[in-house]
Ligand binder design. Structure first.
Ligand code: UN1
Length: 506
C-alpha cells in the first residue's frame, strides 16, 4: 500500500528535506500510515518567525470575521469526519467510535468559538472620578507555540489552536511524532477551510530534543509569546521552568492519576461500567483515565468481583471494529508500560494476565489478529497503597489499581495522595458525600456518578499539582490564555484628575 510523505508546512510552503521516519498503525505494525519528514534544527525558529510576520495583519482582521473562518473550519471538519476519524484509528489505534467522538469535539469547539468572534467582550467600568470612563480590552498574545500529545491527536490540539486563532494570534504547532499523518490532515483542513493567510498557522514535525532546542531559541528571541503544552508531567515541568525564565506563563495540561471513590451507598453496576470505560477505554491512555479505585471496605469484594468479570468480558482488538480497547499508541508507550507491568508483584491480587496479547493467550473474544499489533491485556491490581509505584504514578496503559478505605476522610486522603489533580470521580447516592468530596479533592474536574474521563469541551479543562499549573482550557476560560487584558481610561473633564487623590465624595 502506498503511503504519503508528511512534511512541515511553514509560510504555506512544504519544507523540503529532513530525516524520514515511518508512522505505523499500532494495530498492524507492518502497515506504514505515512513517512514523516522530521525537520532540520531551525525549522521551529523559521515557523515562529513566519508566524510573527503574519500576526499583526491577522489580529487586524475583525474578530467576527475570524469567527467566520473558524465556522468554515468546523464545517469542513464535519464534512471530513469519517476520513479524519479513520485516520485517527489507523495511526494511533483509538477505537473508531471514540475517534469519531474526538473529531466531533473539534466541531463542537469551532461551534463554540464561532460565537465568541462576535463577543470577545471587554468591559466598561465606572471611574472613581467624574467625567472619566474606564474600559478593558482583550488583546491577542502574539505567536503561540502548541506542543501536543498523540493520544488525542486532533481534539486536544484544537482546544488550543481554535481559540488562539480566534483571538488574533498566530500559531506554530508541533504535534506528536507518532500522530503526524492525522495532524497533517487537520492542519490542511484548518488552512483551507479557514482561508488562513500564509504564516498564520504553521506545522512543524520534529523530534522532542530539536523541538525543545527550537523553543529555547524562539523564547530567547521573543518569537513566541505563549506556549500551550499537553503531555507528561516531566516535560511540562521543563516547559514551565523554561517559559518562566522568560516571564511567560505556559498553558500546561499534564498527566493524571485519577481516583474513583466508591462509597457504601454507590450504585455498583454504574461504578463498574464507569471503571471499565475510564480504566480500559482508549487502552487507559487518556490523561483522564482511571488510575485507582478507592472503594469502601463494605463494598470492596463485590466491586472487585464484578469489575474483574466485566473486564474479562470486555471486547479487545481491531480498533476499526466495535471494541472497548484497541492497542497502545506506539512502541515507546508499550515499552514504558511493560516496565510498569514488571511492578505487578506477587503480594497484590492481580486479576487478568499482565502482558502483551499473543495468539496463544488471546481470549476467544479478541477481535482480529493479536500478534499484529501492540495489544495488551487489561489488568486490575488489588491492594495498592501509597508508596506503591502503581498507586503513585501515572501508567498510561490498561492497568487499574484498587484499594479500600474505612472512613470518608481516609478516602479523600487516598484520592489526593499521588499529588496529581486532573480528574476525579465519586459514586454515591449521598449529596453530602458528593459535595464534601468536591470541596476537598485537589482535582480540577470532579464527576459524580460518572467516570473520570469524558469531560465536555465547553467546561474548564485542566488540573493542579502534577497535572498542570492551574491553567484551564476550553470554554470561555481559555480566552484568558490567549488574550491579555488591557485597561484604558478616558478623562473628558478637561482637567488633570488624579486617581486616589481626586476621588469624588457624596
Ligand atoms: C487527554 O487525554 O489529553 O475528558 C484529554 C476526556 C477527553 C479529553 C482527554 N474529553 O477524557
Amino acid at each position: 500500500m502506498t503511503h504519503p510523505t508528511v512534511t512541515s508546512v511553514i509560510d504555506a510552503k512544504a519544507v523540503d528535506g529532513g530525516r524520514l521516519v515511518a508512522s505505523r498503525n499500532p494495530a498492524r505494525l507492518e502497515e506504514v500510515v505515512a513517512e514523516v519528514a522530521f525537520a532540520e534544527a531551525g525549522a521551529f525558529q523559521d515557523a515562529a518567525a513566519s508566524a510573527n510576520r503574519a500576526q499583526a495583519a491577522w489580529a487586524a482582521v475583525p474578530a467576527p470575521v475570524r469567527g467566520r473562518a473558524i465556522a468554515h473550519i468546523g464545517r469542513l471538519v464535519e464534512a471530513n469526519m469519517d476520513k479524519l476519524a479513520s485516520l485517527v484509528t489507523r495511526e494511533i489505534g483509538k477505537p473508531y467510535a471514540e475517534a469519531l467522538g474526538e473529531v466531533r469535539e473539534i466541531v463542537d469547539t469551532c461551534d463554540f468559538f464561532l460565537g465568541e468572534g462576535r463577543r470577545l467582550y471587554g468591559q466598561t467600568v465606572p471611574s472613581e472620578m467624574p467625567d472619566k470612563q474606564l474600559f478593558t480590552f482583550r488583546n491577542p498574545v502574539g505567536t503561540v507555540a502548541v506542543i501536543t500529545a498523540g493520544n488525542f491527536p486532533v481534539a486536544v490540539p484544537s482546544w488550543y489552536i481554535v481559540p488562539a486563532l480566534l483571538c488574533g494570534n498566530t500559531v506554530v504547532w508541533k504535534p506528536a511524532e507518532y500522530s503526524a499523518a492525522v495532524s497533517a490532515a487537520l492542519h490542511e483542513i484548518f488552512v483551507r477551510g479557514g482561508g488562513l493567510p500564509p504564516g498564520v498557522f504553521n506545522i512543524v514535525h520534529a523530534d522532542g530534543p530539536s523541538t525543545f532546542a527550537g523553543l529555547v531559541s524562539a523564547l530567547e528571541t521573543d518569537a513566541v509569546q505563549k506556549v500551550g503544552f499537553t503531555g507528561s508531567s516531566e516535560v511540562g515541568r521543563e516547559i514551565g521552568a523554561l517559559t518562566g525564565r522568560h516571564l511567560q506563563n505556559a498553558c500546561l495540561e499534564l498527566g493524571g492519576k485519577n481516583p474513583m471513590v466508591i462509597t457504601p451507598s454507590a450504585n455498583l453496576e454504574l461504578a463498574v461500567e464507569g471503571a471499565l470505560f475510564s480504566g480500559f477505554g482508549t487502552a487507559g491512555q487518556r490523561c483522564t483515565s482511571l488510575g485507582t479505585v478507592i472503594v469502601h471496605g463494605s463494598r470492596h469484594d463485590e466491586f472487585v468481583e464484578r469489575f474483574a468479570a466485566a473486564t474479562a468480558n470486555a471486547s479487545i482488538g481491531d480498533p476499526m471494529q466495535n471494541v472497548l480497547m484497541g492497542p497502545l499508541l506506539d512502541e515507546k508507550f508499550a515499552q514504558r508500560y511493560e516496565q510498569f507491568l514488571e511492578w505487578v508483584q506477587p503480594h497484590h491480587t492481580v486479576h487478568g494476565t499482565p502482558g502483551r496479547i499473543t495468539a496463544e493467550n488471546a481470549r476467544a473474544g479478541f477481535v482480529g489478529d493479536p500478534s499484529a499489533g501492540l495489544f495488551y491485556h487489561p489488568v486490575i491490581v488489588d491492594g495498592v497503597r501509597p508508596g506503591d509505584e502503581l498507586f503513585d504514578v501515572e501508567t498510561f496503559g490498561p492497568i487499574v489499581g484498587v484499594t479500600s478505605y474505612a472512613d470518608f476522610d481516609e478516602a479523600i486522603e487516598l484520592a489526593n495522595a499521588p499529588g496529581y489533580g486532573l480528574s476525579s470521580s465519586i459514586y454515591t447516592e449521598s449529596p453530602a458525600d458528593a459535595f464534601t468530596f468536591r470541596s476537598r479533592i485537589g482535582a480540577g474536574m470532579v464527576s459524580v456518578n460518572n467516570s473520570t474521563s469524558g469531560a465536555e469541551a465547553h467546561l474548564p479543562f485542566g488540573g493542579n499539582g502534577k497535572s498542570g499549573n492551574g491553567s484551564r482550557q476550553s470554554g470561555l476560560w481559555v480566552l484568558d490564555q490567549f488574550t491579555r487584558w488591557q485597561s484604558m481610561n478616558w478623562d473628558y473633564s478637561g482637567k488633570l484628575q488624579k486617581a486616589q487623590m481626586d476621588v469624588a465624595e457624596l
